[in-house]
Design a protein around this ligand. Structure first.
Ligand code: BGC
Length: 762
């Protein structure tokens, strides 16, 4: 029997990852992770720099090469003149550029900086390597659905390998903003609704990007963003204000950032939002007292794109000079894209408004990181035109994308075991705007990926079946607009087939930055298509494409089988076909709850109880529910079926009590009574029954992915310490209170699994 006795830390890291981690040299290096060493020559450089050159080291700009990819991704700026940018590098007015176009561009700019500038300080090249560089992996939210942090470490490492081959030193990733309102479009870039799950993935991604040494030309500097609480934007509207209690900030929203820094990330990006009236970019408490004081962060902080300048629009700064001063004094070391730091920092120092020592300190932080990246040893260490193509889209990287893709898929429903589908003997109608075609495959926030190099669903399905001509394709609808005659063709295709696979959902442009939605539904023309196709009575598998949790209704919710497939990247079609035809038994779990209706947003499993809970089964008057529906999820956080038949039994606690200086072990038996092997994600939840601050109905404390052959049973064990039960008490500090706790080991946040209780005793 598999030894499932693991520490809590091991449980949090996920199966398999821990063993490798304990054995790895990187473990020893973790002790040093997050620490910055400043070589002596940097002090000497700073002494010789002019104020303008110092401010230049704190100014990052979008690449101006050939118009620049970044200009298409971000709000347009007056910055499209590449020769001018080369001249700025030559004059030392630039610390680096981001979202440029490869090694050739980097070579030209780096040559100007290190051969022609006075101080010969190398540039740093940054990019949004969010879920891959050329080979595109599943969007981060999808990858979190794997509940397998080591997978995220491996894809981050593979992305770093490709990107560092193309001249990139620094990724604006991982984005770790907890997102509990699915209307917000940027949840797609992050780790879902739960701070523990998000923290584990934040740490794994940092380790993958940065590796054991930043000097390696196969790794990148990671950037924890968007600091902080960007995902708590009011009403899910991107860029909106955040008004939040200090308790919730610390218990929920700050933890994922801290986890990223603890894993060794040495840069951070300020978020666009304000927190309780103070923009993050100008927030001294956040950027200095908390980040550097309380947490001991030693790296540097960059603003988000024109984040400093935007403090004028929100009424926190008078003008550009004021904005630069406020941001810099708050603790934002580097300005992105506004140009305000290089424009105003020299005169702010000359006037005495900004202390010279503070300027020097930020320059030291940036130069120390450039040294840690090996840029002073070899400014061209990551810039090599041959290496760029030699590392691009290698077969093993594509294989990893396929593995990540299938592990990200969540089987929400499988009535009558419709899935997996047979590979032969059935005619399949593939219907919907995402059934075929080189579009919407790589998904949002991709700078260098290419839909044309990705595998669409039809190609994946045809490659998986014995007779490709048994597959017919009908588009049926546009993404947000109806298609003339589309429904008629789709219905005809469905009628002529034995099984319908309906590929519907959101286009890539419907989530990501500035893509908040008022209704998190399948767009109406596609819903109409689903209703018409379902009316044919043919067995229906819905394959959803989406960047957020959706509210499923009507024929979509009623389909026999539903797969949540997100945006899976380069290997989309193959990964989905692996699950559809049973080459892989789905193992993904929802990292964000699918509510019953849009109007429940923000909906998250770890909500507080009300004084009027509605009992399950019927809607009672004057109880907490919306008109006509219970306030529950259609598919809760943690939900996902496998091709096995999983049962939970035999909850065992090591004792009835957890002493304040001890531990308690919680174990359960998980059995696969089915005929196919499966991987089950066992989840440990607790509920603190009575406390001086009311506590959520359930909170995830650990999880573990357990492989189970058909007929196999395993005992899964978790260990809890009193500190795992801590919360922010009435005086704003973490405390642990004695009392009774419910505990579940369960297959999702709203399922029973096995349930028991224990007392925490003083
Ligand atoms: C986004 C960041 C991104 C930056 C640079 C901003 O608009 O908020 O996440 O890293 O642009 O592309």
């Amino acid at each position: 029997m598999l030894d499932t006795r693991i520490s809590r830390r091991a449980a949090l890291m996920g199966a398999g990852a821990m063993a490798a981690w304990l054995a790895s040299p990187a473990r020893a290096l973790l002790a040093a992770a997050g620490r910055v060493q400043t070589p002596a020559f940097i002090g000497d450089l700073i002494r010789r720099m002019t104020l303008e050159e110092k401010a230049g080291q704190l100014q990052l700009m979008a690449s101006a090469w050939g118009g620049g990819v970044a200009l298409a991704l971000n709000p347009p700026q007056e910055n499209s003149d590449f020769p001018k940018q080369v001249d700025e590098a030559r004059k030392g007015l630039l610390t680096g550029v981001f979202n440029g176009n490869g090694a050739r561009m980097a070579q030209i700019l780096q040559t100007a900086a290190v051969k022609e500038s006075r101080m010969k300080i190398p540039l740093i090249f940054a990019a949004d390597i969010i879920h891959g560089h050329r080979t595109i992996f599943p969007v981060p939210l999808a990858e979190v659905a794997s509940f397998e942090p080591d997978l995220a470490r491996r894809t981050a490492e593979a992305a770093a390998f490709e990107a560092s081959g193309a001249g990139i030193d620094w990724t604006f990733s991982p984005m770790v903003d907890v997102a509990r309102d699915q209307r917000w479009g940027r949840g797609v870039e992050g780790g879902g609704e739960d701070p523990l799950l998000g923290s584990v993935f934040a740490a794994a991604r940092v380790r993958g990007f940065q590796g054991a040494s930043l000097k390696s030309n196969e790794h990148l500097l990671a950037c924890i963003k968007h600091f902080a609480a960007y995902g708590a934007a009011e009403s899910g509207l991107d860029y909106n204000v955040v008004d939040i209690s200090d308790r919730r900030l610390r218990e929920v929203y700050l933890r994922t950032y801290k986890a990223g820094f603890d894993a060794g990330a040495l840069s951070a990006m300020a978020s666009f939002n304000e927190i309780n009236g103070v923009p993050s970019t100008g927030n001294h408490w956040l950027m200095t007292d908390l980040l550097r004081g309380e947490w001991g962060f030693q790296g540097f902080v960059v603003s988000d794109y024109t984040g400093d300048e935007e403090m004028i629009a929100v009424g926190f700064a008078k003008d550009g000079r004021d904005a630069a001063k406020i941001a810099f004094l708050a603790g934002v070391d580097m300005s992105m894209q506004s140009g305000l730091y290089r424009q105003y920092l020299p005169s702010l120092v000359r006037s005495g408004e900004v202390p010279q020592a503070k300027l020097d300190e930020s320059v030291r932080r940036v130069l120390a990181l450039k040294a840690m990246l090996g840029l002073f040893d070899d400014p061209f260490g990551r810039i090599d035109l041959k290496r760029e193509s030699a590392r691009s889209m290698l077969p093993q990287t594509r294989a990893l994308a396929r593995e990540a893709g299938r592990k990200a898929i969540v089987m929400l429903k499988n009535e009558g075991n419709l899935l997996p589908l047979p590979r032969s003997g059935k005619r399949i109608a593939l219907i919907g705007p995402f059934a075929a075609g080189q579009h919407d495959l790589v998904g949002p926030w991709v700078v260098y990926g290419d839909d044309a190099k990705a595998v669409d669903l039809a190609t994946g399905v045809r490659a998986a079946v014995a007779n490709p001509s048994s597959v017919t394709v009908a588009q049926g609808s546009g993404v947000e607009e109806p298609l003339a005659g589309g429904i008629g063709q789709a219905v005809a295709a469905a009628r002529a087939a034995d099984i319908v696979v309906l590929a519907i959902g959101e286009g890539a442009n419907m989530s990501g930055e500035a893509q908040s939605r008022t209704e998190i539904i399948v767009p109406p023309p596609q819903q109409a298509l689903a209703e018409a196709v379902a009316a044919t009575g043919k067995p229906l598998v819905v394959v959803l494409k989406h960047g957020r949790a959706l509210a499923l209704e009507g024929a979509v919710a009623n389909a026999e089988a539903i797969l949540a497939t997100w945006f899976l990247g380069t290997e989309t079609g193959n990964a989905i076909a692996d699950v559809l035809f049973g080459a892989y038994s789905p193992s993904g779990r929802l990292p964000a709850s699918f509510p019953l209706r849009s109007g429940q947003e923000p909906y998250y499993y770890a909500h507080k109880p009300t004084g009027r809970p509605n009992p399950p089964g019927e809607l009672q008057p004057y109880k907490a529910h919306f008109r006509g529906i219970p306030n529950a999820a259609l598919y809760p956080f943690g939900h996902g079926f496998t091709y096995g038949r999983i049962e939970y039994s035999g909850l065992r606690l090591s004792g009835p009590t957890l002493p304040m200086d001890g531990t308690i072990e919680i174990a359960a038996t998980i059995s696969n009574r089915g005929t196919r092997s499966a991987e089950e994600v066992a989840q440990l939840y607790i509920h603190d029954r009575v406390a001086s601050i009311t506590q959520p109905v359930r909170v995830l404390k650990a999880f573990r992915k357990v492989p189970l052959a058909a007929g196999q049973s395993e005992v899964v064990r978790f260990t809890l310490r009193p500190s795992d039960l801590a919360f922010i008490g009435p005086d704003g500090r973490w405390i642990t209170e004695p009392g009774a706790f419910d505990v579940w080991i369960a297959p999702s946040a709203e399922s029973d699994g096995v349930h028991g209780s224990f007392d925490l005793v003083a």
